[in-house]
Design a binder for this molecule. Sequence first.
Ligand code: ADP
Ligand code: ASP
Ligand code: MG
Length: 399
Amino acid sequence: MLIVQKYGGTSMGTLERIDEVAKRVIKYKNEGHSLVIVVSAMSGVTNKLIEYAEFFTKRPQGREMDQLLSAGERVTSALLSIALVSKGYEAITLSGRQAGILTDNLHTKARIHSIDTRRMKNELDAGKIVVVAGFQGVNENGDVTTLGRGGSDLSAVAIAGAMDADLCEIYTDVDGVYTTDPRIEPKAKKLDKISYDEMLELASLGAKVLQNRSVELAKKLNVNLVTRNSFNENEGTLITGENNMEAVLVSGIALDKNQARVTIRGVVDKPGIAAEIFSALAKKDINVDMIIQNVGVDGTANIGFTIPQNEFELAKEVMSQTAPASKIVCNSEIVKVSIVGVGMKSHSGVAALAFSTLAKEGINIQMISTSEIKVSMIVHEKYGELAVRALHDAYKLDK
Ligand code: ADP
Ligand code: ASP
Ligand code: MG
C-alpha cells in the first residue's frame, strides 16, 4: 500500500519523540508499504516564531513571515530523515518546494494549486521513505508560502490525493475525533467514524484535531482519512463519505477561541453600506463569520460581526478607512461554542435545548447563528469551557 502519514507537533515535540516516530515509520516500511511522511514543526515552535516577528511589528509582511514560519517544519523533516537513515533505512527529506507543492500567492494562508508528484514518485521508486516538510509550498515566483495554521494536515491530504494513496493517517496526541475536545470534557467519547460533512463543520468551528481545509479537500478527492494517536496503538477515527448517522441528533460540540467581535456604531442606514464594509474586508481576505445589524431610531444602524482573532489588527486597519475610530468597538474576549450534527436537519427543538442549557448556567448569549447542521453561539470567553461541558451533558454525548 502507499500510505501518507502525518505527525503533528506533539508527536514531533522532542528528539525522543522523533525517534519514536522513526520506529513507527520503520514498522510500516518493514511491512512492505511505500511511505510518504509529512511532519509538523515541534509543538510551540510556530507560535514562538510568530512571537519573534511580533517583537518588531504587529503586522509583519506575509512573504517574510512565510520564510520564517516554514523553518519549523524544515527542521523536523530533516531530523526525522536523519533518524531513519541512522537506523539503516533509506530516506530523503523534501521541502514543500522540492515535493512539488505549488500554491497561490496568499501568504500565510495559501491555497494549493497543484502538486507535481514526479520527485516524490521517483524517490519512492528508488525504495526511499519520503519525508516532507508540512505546512508549506512555493508560489509561481519561487517564494515559500504557508498553508494557514494547522496546515500540515492539508499538506498530507493534498499529497495523498495527488499520489492516489491508499490511506492517509493523521497522527496526533489524542486517540481520534471525540464528541468534544477531551481536554475540556474528560467524559467526551471517541468516535469510530464521522462523516466528512460533520467533521468539516466541527473543524471549521474550532475542533483543531483536523484543519478544516484538509477535511474539505479529503472530501473532494475522496481521500481515505484516519486520525490516530502516535503515542499508542489504539484504533483511530475514520472520516468517511457515509452519512448513515441520521439517527444521531448531535455528534459533537466545538469551541473556537480564535474569535473577535467588531461593532461599528451609528452607520448610516442606507443601501450599499453593508456591501461597502464587507467588500473592504473581503478584499483583504478577512473571513467574516456572524453578522448582526440593529436598526436604530435615528436612521442609523449598528453592524456587528465576528472575525478570527489573528486577523484583528488587519481588520481594524481596514475599518479605519470606512468608519471613524470613535465608532468602532472591538472585543476579543469572546469565544464561539457550536453544536454540530447532521441529524439536526430533521428535528426541531435542538437549538432551543442549547439556549435553555446556557440560560440555566447563567451564560449570556451575545450572538447566534444556525445552519441545517449546526448552532453557533458567541459567549464571553470565561464561560467557553463551562458551556461546552453543559451542552455535552444536555445532549447526552457521553452516553
Ligand atoms: P497536532 O499538533 O497533532 O496537529 P493539534 O493540537 O493541532 O495536534 O490537534 C489535536 C488537539 O485537538 C487535541 O489535543 C485536542 O485537545 C484538540 N481537539 C479539539 N477538539 C477535538 C475533538 N473533537 N476531538 C479530538 N481532539 C480535539
Ligand atoms: N506548525 C504549523 C502550525 O502550528 C502547522 C501544523 O502544525 O500543522 O500551525
Ligand atoms: Mg494540528
